[in-house]
Design a protein around this ligand. Structure first.
Ligand SMILES: C[S@@+](CC[C@H](N)C(=O)[O-])C[C@H]1O[C@@H](n2cnc3c(N)ncnc32)[C@H](O)[C@@H]1O
Length: 301
């Protein structure tokens, strides 16, 4: 995002509702895109979002730090794929309201000309993304739902920017925990995987209930009572299964801060206190199961 585009976005936000709010948007009900925006310090949110965000902070005071840790992981993941992975096209589903260091910006730092398709089911996230991507020939956004992968894969904008005969960086960052079992999240990931060429990558971050079950259960209960879509906090094993058919790259599925940190100082003393797991899988073009055991990688990258 250029400084001007960023400033323009902020200016529109500051002029407040209803200027940048798409018609029909229910701002009286909290929405995760806007709650997450508030946790990150953004201003594309309303009273209902702020109230829900604060209610969740009372359950987990570290949630804002967790959101930033997740966002930092996203940046490292894109840098890894654009660099070592050689990826030049990215599909970011559940992309959210644009904030700093969006995928196209990070990718372009390493590989100028990389193409990015953002996807979100929230009209405000899509509207603001459109605003900042206006005039950018290499990036676009579509309003679609992860639960309908065929619509995303066949969308003319996706087909315009993504060549599925070449490797793709597929990002499902902090979004699969918003897809309950009844919506068949594994089948959704499998459908997306089926569209990928060998050499593609799958990036996932996902909240994990293993180490702090009381907190995560309370968080999920408050979340589901306050926010317009159900959340499911899964176990490490359940999250790992999303990588079926992929080979996890080192260091595997780990606490988000532990995934190739730029400095050891970036890892909190107890990494598990931020209960978000993160990993990247490489698709080798076979249906072989993921690696069972991973060699310990270096602690910094
Ligand atoms: C917690 S935010 C994560 C944003 C970004 N991926 C990140 O990690 O910084 C989750 C985003 O996923 C979007 N989302 C939730 N369910 C979705 C679905 N079924 N299809 C598409 N987007 C969805 C929300 O609107 C929100 O913008």
């Amino acid at each position: 995002m250029s400084r001007d585009a960023c400033a323009a976005g902020r200016e529109i936000a500051m002029t407040a509702e209803p200027g940048w709010v798409p018609p029909g948007t229910d701002t009286g009900k909290a929405n995760i895109a806007r709650v997450y925006d508030w946790w990150l310090g953004g201003d594309h949110n309303f009273r209902a979002d702020q109230d829900a965000a604060r209610a969740l902070i009372t359950v987990e005071p570290k949630i804002r730090a967790m959101a930033h840790t997740n966002r930092d992981f996203l940046g490292r993941a894109v840098r890894y794929m654009a660099g070592e992975g050689g990826i030049r096209q990215f599909l970011d589903i559940g992309s959210g309201i644009p904030t700093g260091q969006n995928v196209h910006q990070v990718a372009h730092q390493t590989a100028p000309g990389s193409r990015v398709v953002y996807v979100d089911n929230d009209a405000i996230a899509v509207g603001h993304s459109k605003l900042i991507l206006d005039g950018n020939p290499d990036a676009t956004v579509i309003h679609a739902d992860l639960r309908d992968p065929a619509v995303i894969l066949d969308h003319p904008e996706t087909r315009r920017l993504i060549d599925f005969t070449q490797p793709v960086g597929l990002l499902l960052v902090a979004v699969l925990h918003l897809v309950p079992e009844d919506d068949h999240p594994r089948e959704i990931v499998a459908a997306l995987r089926a569209a990928l060429a060998p050499g593609s990558y799958l990036v996932i971050s996902h909240s994990c209930r293993d180490t702090r079950p009381e907190v995560t259960a309370a968080f999920q209960a408050v979340y589901n009572s306050r926010i317009a879509a159900e959340a499911v906090i899964r176990t490490h094993e359940e999250i790992t299964r999303f990588f079926d058919g992929f080979t996890l790259v080192e260091p595997g599925l780990v606490w988000a801060s532990q995934w190739r940190p730029r400095s050891p100082d970036d890892i909190p003393e107890e990494p598990a206190q931020y209960w978000m797991k993160a990993g990247i899988g490489r698709y080798d073009g076979t249906s072989s199961p993921r690696e069972g055991t991973l060699a310990a990688g270096p602690s910094c990258w």
